[in-house]
Design a protein around this ligand. Structure first.
Ligand code: AMO
Length: 435
């Protein structure tokens, strides 16, 4: 009674050699060779080659069911083939897909790939990138849970920006002005007063007008904040442990995805190298002759600094520390002078570079109420617009800090994907609101 067989997944075939199994999935590819038909069924766990004859095959991407015997076959994907005993169309495709999924090549005609994303996202490489990101997020949660963190959920409709700058999306909130949240920054700090150690996994919104390979208008922010710290060193040490745990889990669970994309999982050094921003700018200029513009590192400087640490210390990661006040938001804690007074120029803010690109900003935050109000004034922000936030600093907020990882940037760099848009299922960019 084949219909009562439980569903078998492609990855389980080796356990069923010689037995009859029932597979369900999508018709990935089909070929007719003089009366013998080959069909490739794609399920969540991989591809199964099935062989039959006299079958009426539907259009590609139809969902189908195959009942058949499992036979070892060294040339088939996964080393097993299924000899079809019965074949059934579950839901037929009513049109041929606009792109042939098995022939799709990564980043070939990227706009078409994104226009037809509802189908192209089924591609093996496309879904591998999203699978790796899902595991990465799971590892993020898992590790932070073991360190006593609590997951929070903060508003995405807000009354003021958190990061400064003009990249806010305005919305109409029942006639009142509001914005899509740029970052959970202010709320995650407030929640340190509740749980001491918190994290959030949620999309954030940035109205960046420019189209680059590293900017999205909606991206997944992996946010962390922890209280009772001594300095930003505690925050960097946590991020170091977290990254090691994430890479461990990816090694355990995503080897096939990395192999498919020809990418390698980095080793995370026990102590990721650190360099103050000012020294980093100098190093890049002296060693590579690159004059760094602005107050931060420009993309070329990030690439060169990463190259330096890969070559000299074998590290794919480097923390750039002690950011100048001019390159940090109002909430960044000042660096302290030897006598304990606040330094007017430098902060305890840092960035983390990974394989040539910034994947994180973080640091210690101001927790002293008076110092925070002074900083808001110095940045010429309207204190009334931040009252809901500054209020909490009247009530014993401990020294705290945290960071945010851009999930798409980390995923893209891990997998050698050239544009962050391919590290998101349905990217939003300047010209793309659908699908
Ligand atoms: P920041 O604005 O630097 O810091 O953002 C943190 C990280 O988010 C990623 N990122 C982006 N990814 C894709 N598209 C974008 N437009 C984009 N903008 C930023 C980057 C970046 O390093 N509140 C602070 C974090 C903190 O201090 O905790 C913040 O949001 O990987």
């Amino acid at each position: 009674m084949t219909s009562t067989l439980p569903r078998t997944l492609t990855r389980e075939l080796p356990q069923h050699e010689g037995q009859t199994v029932r597979l369900q999935g999508f018709l990935h590819a089909r070929r007719d060779l003089g009366g013998v038909q080959f069909l490739v069924l794609r399920d969540v766990s991989g591809l199964t080659q099935c062989v039959g004859s006299g079958l009426e095959l539907p259009l590609a991407e139809s969902s189908v069911e195959v009942v058949g015997r499992v036979k070892a076959h060294p040339k088939a994907p996964g080393g097993f083939e299924v000899q079809v005993e019965s074949f059934r169309v579950i839901t037929p495709a009513v049109e041929a897909p606009p792109v042939e999924i098995p022939k799709m090549e990564w980043n070939v005609n990227p706009e078409t790939m994104l226009d037809y994303r509802v189908v192209t996202v089924r591609g093996l490489k496309e879904r591998a990138a999203l699978k790796v990101q899902a595991e990465l997020v799971a590892a993020f949660r898992e590790h932070l849970n073991t360190e006593g963190f609590t997951e929070i959920s903060t508003p995405k409709i807000v009354s003021a920006g958190a990061e400064g700058g003009a990249n806010l999306f305005p919305i109409d909130y029942f006639g009142a002005p509001a914005y899509l949240a740029q970052s959970p920054q202010l709320y995650k700090q407030i929640m340190v007063g509740v749980f001491e150690r918190v994290y959030e996994v949620a999309p954030v919104y940035r109205a960046e007008e420019h189209a680059t390979s590293r900017h999205l208008n909606e991206y997944l922010s992996l946010d962390v904040e922890l209280g009772f710290i001594e300095s930003e060193e505690d925050v960097m040490a946590l991020q170091n442990r977290l990254l090691a745990a994430i890479m461990e889990r990816l090694k355990e669970r995503c080897a096939p995805e990395f192999a498919l994309l020809g990418a390698t999982i980095p080793d995370v050094p026990a102590h990721i190298p650190r360099i103050p921003l000012m020294e980093a700018r100098q190093l890049v200029t002296e060693k590579y002759g690159h004059a760094v513009g602005g107050k931060d590192l420009d993309p070329e400087a990030e690439r060169l600094l990463s190259q330096h640490y890969a070559e000299t210390e074998g590290s794919d990661f480097v923390f750039v520390t002690k950011y100048p006040r001019a390159a940090r938001p109002f909430y960044a804690h000042p660096e302290l002078n030897a006598d304990g007074t606040p330094n007017a120029e430098l902060t305890r803010g840092y960035d983390l570079l990974f394989r040539g690109i910034e994947i994180t900003s973080g640091g210690q935050r101001i927790h002293d109420h008076a110092m925070l109000l002074e900083s808001i004034a110095a940045y010429k922000l309207r204190p009334e617009s931040l009252e809901g936030y500054t209020e909490v600093f009247k009530y014993g907020m401990p020294p705290h800090g945290g960071f945010a990882i851009g999930a798409e940037r980390l995923t893209a760099k891990l997998l050698g994907i050239a544009n962050v848009r391919y590290a998101r299922a349905f990217p939003r960019d300047r010209h793309r609101l659908t699908p």
